[in-house]
Design a protein around this ligand. Structure first.
Ligand SMILES: C[S@@+](CC[C@H](N)C(=O)[O-])C[C@H]1O[C@@H](n2cnc3c(N)ncnc32)[C@H](O)[C@@H]1O
Length: 347
């Protein structure tokens, strides 16, 4: 990959996703995109990028994005956040007399994070006590989103799930599915999956959330993109809402809007739900060096992303990530219950 090809790829990725690839990521980009070049029998990255930009085929733009996102995740990753939900957020809601909880997991990757959230809500917000809890799980990458919707994982990825919860909320595969676990319907019915690009405006969401989890993604964005995104999160949060970021994602520079509660948990400062002020001091930029950034173009259906109509959270099932039926778990392969799912209704 020539230097100018890498520069063009970085720029396009930035425009489409907000991801700032550092200069050191050239080999990574090279190896991840190589399979797409092979797929089309191309011999240069610039020819491939032209294909992506020309929408030839239209689906290639999404393939390009899927190749370049980093999807590392785990069940109960940064476990103190789930303790905080249990010990602070849920009791606070309960004390206020509200038993309605709306949570957005805004970079859900292959699903370990939203399923961990679903286990936490099932344990501590039981429907039998009148709780109405729902989780919107979204990501830009359609292939991880499809994995998340399937809810099937290798058993060896489940080491951080407490054994009692593993037993309660997952089915174990048998026969051809041995070594796999599948999320039970009790978890799935709390979840709505959909593709949302965090830099796309507006988001196709009308719900106000009590909690937004956006962990380990803003680290890939430059300060401008972070600022815009976090300000939009503030507008999407209830005035008493909470924002959870990843362990290295400190936003002290947005102290006007979010008050830190420790361990990368933030609370809305109160006042109007839609913040009127920008942060006074955005602080030093930490963005990698990259080419000058042209104005972003609107992202529309014609460019490959599945554009969703603006709906309330409840209507999200209309557009869902592709789920190849051949990879669905057959009910026979699991000891109990079917894998069919009721769509979450959240409004
Ligand atoms: C490192 S994973 C983090 C997964 C999970 N939140 C966690 O902490 O374990 C980052 C995720 O952010 C997603 N992502 C990157 N840019 C995005 C964007 N513009 N909109 C939505 N998701 C994005 C990637 O596809 C990837 O799945």
């Amino acid at each position: 990959m020539r230097e100018e090809e890498f520069a063009a790829i970085r720029q396009y990725l930035y425009d489409e996703t907000g991801i700032s690839l550092s200069a050191g990521k050239r080999d990574m980009a090279c190896s991840r995109l190589a399979k797409r070049l092979r797929h089309f029998g191309l011999n240069s990255y610039s020819a491939y990028l032209r294909k992506v930009q020309d929408g030839d085929p239209p689906t290639e733009r999404q393939e390009f994005i899927n190749c370049l996102t980093t999807n590392k995740t785990d069940f109960f990753r940064e476990p103190h956040h789930f303790d905080f939900l249990r010990d602070t957020v849920i009791p606070q809601l309960r004390a206020s007399g509200r038993k309605r909880l709306r949570l957005w997991c805004a970079a859900s990757s292959t699903g370990e994070e939203p399923y961990t959230l679903a286990m936490t809500l099932r344990e501590h917000c039981p429907a039998s006590e009148g709780w109405d809890a729902r989780i919107l799980a979204s990501d830009i990458d359609t292939s991880v989103l499809a994995h998340a919707e399937r809810g099937v994982y290798d058993l060896d990825r489940a080491g951080d799930i407490p054994p009692a919860m593993l037993h309660k909320y997952f089915l174990r595969g048998t026969g051809a599915k041995a070594g796999k676990i599948s999320a039970r319907p009790e978890l799935r019915e709390l979840l709505t999956f959909r593709q949302i690009n965090l830099i796309e405006e507006p988001w196709p969401i009308r719900a106000q959330f009590d909690v937004i989890f956006c962990r380990n993604v803003v680290i890939y964005f430059d300060r401008d993109t972070q600022h815009k995104l976090l300000t939009r999160f503030a507008a999407q949060l209830d005035p008493n809402g909470f924002l959870f970021l990843g362990h290295s994602e400190n936003i002290h520079w947005l102290a006007d809007t979010f008050a830190p509660l420790g361990s990368t948990v933030y609370k809305m400062r109160g006042g109007p739900t839609r913040p009127r002020r920008r942060a006074r001091c955005p602080g030093p930029r930490r963005a990698p060096k990259r080419p000058p950034r042209p104005a972003r173009r609107p992202r529309l259906r014609s460019r490959g992303l599945r554009k969703t109509s603006t709906t309330s959270f409840s209507a999200t099932s209309r557009r869902r990530a592709a789920r190849p039926s051949s990879r669905r778990c057959s009910a026979r392969a699991w000891p109990r219950a079917s894998t069919t799912r009721k769509r979450a209704s959240v409004g």
